[in-house]
Design a protein around this ligand. Sequence first.
Ligand SMILES: [Zn+2]
Length: 468
Amino acid sequence: VVNDRTLIVGAQVNGRVVDVTIIDGVITGITGISDAIEPNPDDLVVEAGAGALIPGLHDHHVHLLAMAARREGLDLDPLGSPSEFDEAVALAAGAVGDGWVRASGHDEHRHGALDRYRLDAIAPGARVRVQHRSGLAWVLSSAALAEVDVGPGGWPEGVELDERGEPTGRLLRLDAWMAESIGVRAPSIAAIGTEMASLGITGVTDATGSLGAGRLEILRDAVRDGSLPQRLVLLGVDDPADVEGWAHLGPAKIVIDELHGLDPDALAAEIADVHRVGRRVAIHAVTRAENVTAATALAIAGPMRGDRIEHGSVLPPDLDPILATGGVVVVVQPSLVRERGDHHFDNVAADDLPFLHRAASLLADGVAVTVGSDAPVTSVDPWLGIASATLRATRTGRAMGLDERVDAATALGWYLADPLDPGGRSRTVRVGAPADLCLLDAPLASVLAEPDRRHVRMTWVAGRLVHR
Ligand SMILES: [Zn+2]
């Protein structure tokens, strides 16, 4: 809904109750009640009832396509082995009866090579389609292939054939053809966009590394047709021209992995290459060794203010001076304490536990912190994230690192950080700012006393009402 002018009447902004005017996607006026504005018939007038009006929330680390895939079918990404893959597909086939099994996130390195014969053996007779994690390739079971009307021209190019001319089940870059012949659609981003809007989220940073062509197109279409109303920052893109006009290029994602060997010098060279073109880096580092490597490499390369460490899950405090002086931002996931804490107590080495999911001690050491849900790894609900950051309780109620608690205002501030400068100042509701806004149903102090998604009443992105 776009109105010429939106008047938000009687909202709490920075502790004062005021009227806020929005024109053309920008906040154009903030006035005391005494200077009340006369509404025009075409205005959208919202009575805020002294509820807080805050900048829209930004989640600084999500994976949109994985979120969509998880909603619509079997998400293979969390599965670590071929046997887990087999088990999950068999289970899904049992659950859908004679419907389709839709799965996405196949990774041949973890899940093993795949063709229709393997799918037939896992789920005999079932119609199964599995999308590769790149989004570019599919594998169909024999029963699924049998659904396809090949037509007089035979199989199109991209359908892999064996030496006998029979399809192996593997299809490359045939999304459009699949859509036509068996009605496969790319996972819908719309439901996620709507859900995030209902949470007050007006922007996200998609932290997926190397978004290939197919996946980038899905995101671009979702932005263009409005199914994703949020502002979008992308890390996994190399060429700014690929996102021009519909998304922002964030830092370059670099994934390091202890299991594949860690080399601070090689990483430093990679960082320097990115810095050379004026871009920052976002280094995925989870374990202690990965964080030591990331910080060491940043020190060697010379950090650029705004470089990021994604996760920083086990971050020894002796690295803090490097991060603090370099202006490196640690993108934390407070919800992990709640959602995975019980698992961590049993599986994280005892000497790593004190440094697990740090927050308050990073801030005390002058390290910039911001927040990302890593959805679908944890819930995309920022209010759960804020609650978890203040409570540090696991699902079963065990306390984890109480010294690392922050107050709710601090945690909310992470979501209010500038999408392109997450270590910098929080955005505020002020004249001239883009009308990316979240209206709550109560004054801020009472919402922060009990953070919960139910408090979100309305959300605007660039003045457009995206949730009510
Ligand atoms: Zn992630």
